[in-house]
Design a protein around this ligand. Sequence first.
Ligand SMILES: [Ca+2]
Ligand SMILES: [Ca+2]
Length: 335
Amino acid sequence: MPSTPTRRRSSSRAREGRRPRAARAAHACALAAALACALVAAPGAAEGDAACEGAPAALAPGFALRFAGETSALAVVATSVMPDAEIELEAVAAAQPARFDAAADGGTLAPAGPARWRWRAPGEPGTHRILVREAASRTEACLRLFVLRPYAGEEEIDGFRVGAYPPGARPPGLVRVEERMLDLAVSPRFRLGQFLAKQEGGFPKYLALRTRLLLALEAIAARLAARGAGDLAVMSGYRTPYYHARIGNTTTTSRHLFGDAADVYVDGNGDGRMDDLDGDGRADDADARLLFAWLEAMAAEPWYAPFAGGLSVYATAPHRGPFVHVDVRGRSVRW
Ligand SMILES: [Ca+2]
Ligand SMILES: [Ca+2]
């Protein structure tokens, strides 16, 4: 996977001193919230590639990464970029002084200012990563980059059925997923394969996956962990329009088609079904309703605003347990 490593270094003090006081305070609050979230999410310690591997004990970095309109304080997170496109990346430290360096395993990484870099994607679809390290805290964060396969509306790619997106609403590209990529960490708690449609056929397969969904799921999982609840399981992430229709859906606007929705349940005991969250001795629809209530309360907290979207609870069906749908479409919707 790695091509010839490109290594560029840059070090700086962040430019906090030049910001107006109010902006500085607001920024510090937002960053503190993100960091607190990550610290709850992933205690422990790690060095080297542990961040990119999503090691369970990967240390939450002492800084946040900003890129493509997202802010992540996670040890690892994934984003997508079109071939030959550029992405700007900034590291924002909670504590000063901070000294960063960054390295990419492909594409072209160049300094673009203090604690800021510009990465140009290669011309071919593939998977790359940028590792950002902060010297004082000796922590690091990994940005996994999926260079997309441009998508022009084909109903089938490499024998994999995509189906038809509604006019004007298709994603510009899709992640090409080879079988060896299923275990790639897309965030500390989640793997790429968890978001792939359970669709028949061989590899490669294709999917869309939005960074914001990963950030929301990590925040939810951290809150569940703080409650003592078990791991968050993904029942369904991305769906092709083909698969979405085949499993009985008639809408073509589902957020599952765009990679920013997931159907989730809590599964600490690993039996593939919702856990008994309310402790009444039964794992049933009431537990899914409790999870929904927790998430709805969480969504009302100010820090959740960037993750605004759909929340809905679905009862047990013959072929599956109950679950809660979560999406980050940008406006609050309940049904
Ligand atoms: Ca369970
Ligand atoms: Ca129960």
